[in-house]
Design a binder for this molecule. Structure first.
Ligand code: MTE
Length: 306
């Protein structure tokens, strides 16, 4: 399930103290070389880094996080990504960052890993289907990447695209969505410090079913905004179209902020079931991140902008 090859990203370097044992196992598997890639100082500081943005709620288990997934490129059942994503080739990998930017360019994976210190971020993930998890991601702020390309004053939105290769992704042969999977954020949402690009979880390289090698995580929005296996990021003046709002505009809007007061036509959003728990709990506005993000939407009718 976990990817443990030396050519992968430096899991030894991103492992927080809690899972130190795993780090040692990873190093034994030969990742010492990639640790050097990050630089000794960076690697050392990563070991003690934990974020004030993290929740202290109980984490879901690695098994829960890696066997109950939505990744339609590998099938529509929750168990499909774990069964099928092994065919995804995650190296070499790069993301092109283009559009309204002074310095648009392509970033290789090694370069992406060095943009900012990797941190553990323990976030709630709330799926629109009514379940939730707590996931210890490893990543860095999306803002750190975007700043490097120098967004112009016309960069009002950010559009994201996943890989869509039918050779590697059997689900792409079905017409269940209009591929590639597309998502978008307003520029201030993209620049918000809670918004990260994740490259690992539980201190290890990101499992393929969770969107390896690099995926977005926007914890105050429904899970479908957190697009996996990203290959393209475009800064643009107009609001991007997204896969789910294109497929079903009355069910999915652009903003998709977690909002217990606005139900999805097929699923109540008032409560949620934390995977592994029996009883439902109340869903919190903005998934519990209202203090940090509610100001972004001041004056907006969140029933209209769902
Ligand atoms: N990204 C792509 N490319 N394809 C997908 O089908 N599913 C989304 C999101 N990102 C999806 C995607 C949905 S609906 C959810 S709930 C989360 O990924 C699930 O992330 P997880 O499997 O890591 O928990």
């Amino acid at each position: 399930m976990l990817i443990r090859s030396a050519s992968d990203i430096p899991a030894s370097a991103i492992t927080p103290r809690e899972v130190y044992l795993n780090r040692r196992q990873f190093m034994a598997a030969g990742a010492g070389m990639t640790l050097a890639l990050l630089g000794a100082d960076a690697a050392a500081s990563l070991l003690s880094r934990s974020s004030p943005f993290s929740t202290t709620e109980d984490k879901n288990s690695l098994k829960e996080i890696t066997t109950y997934n939505n990744f339609y490129e590998f099938g529509t059942d929750k168990s499909d990504p774990a069964a099928n994503a092994h065919t995804l080739k995650t190296s070499p990998w790069s993301i092109v960052v283009e559009g309204e930017a002074g310095k648009p360019r392509r970033f290789g994976m090694e370069e992406l890993l060095k943009i900012a210190p990797l941190e553990e971020r323990i976030y709630r993930l709330r799926c629109v289907e009514g379940w939730s998890m707590v996931i210890p991601w490893v990543g860095f702020p999306l803002a750190s990447l975007l700043k490097l390309v120098e967004p112009t004053s016309k960069a009002k939105f950010v559009a994201f695209e996943s890989l869509a290769d039918p050779q590697q992704m059997p689900g792409v042969k079905s017409r269940v969505l209009d591929w590639p999977y597309r998502e978008g954020l307003r520029i201030d949402e993209a620049m918000h410090p809670l918004t990260i690009l994740a490259v690992g979880l539980y201190g290890e390289v990101l499992p393929k079913q969770n969107g390896a090698p690099v995926r977005l995580v926007v914890p105050w929005k429904y899970g479908f905004k957190s697009i996996k296996s990203i290959v393209r990021i475009r800064l643009q003046e107009t609001q991007p179209s997204t896969s789910w709002s294109t497929a079903n505009p009355s069910e999915y809007g652009f903003y998709s902020n977690v909002n217990p007061a606005v139900d999805h036509p097929r699923w109540s959003q008032a409560t949620e079931r934390r995977i592994g728990e029996l009883f439902k709990r109340k869903t919190l506005p903005f998934n519990g991140y209202a203090d940090q993000v509610a100001a972004l939407y001041k004056g907006m009718d969140l029933r209209k902008f769902y």
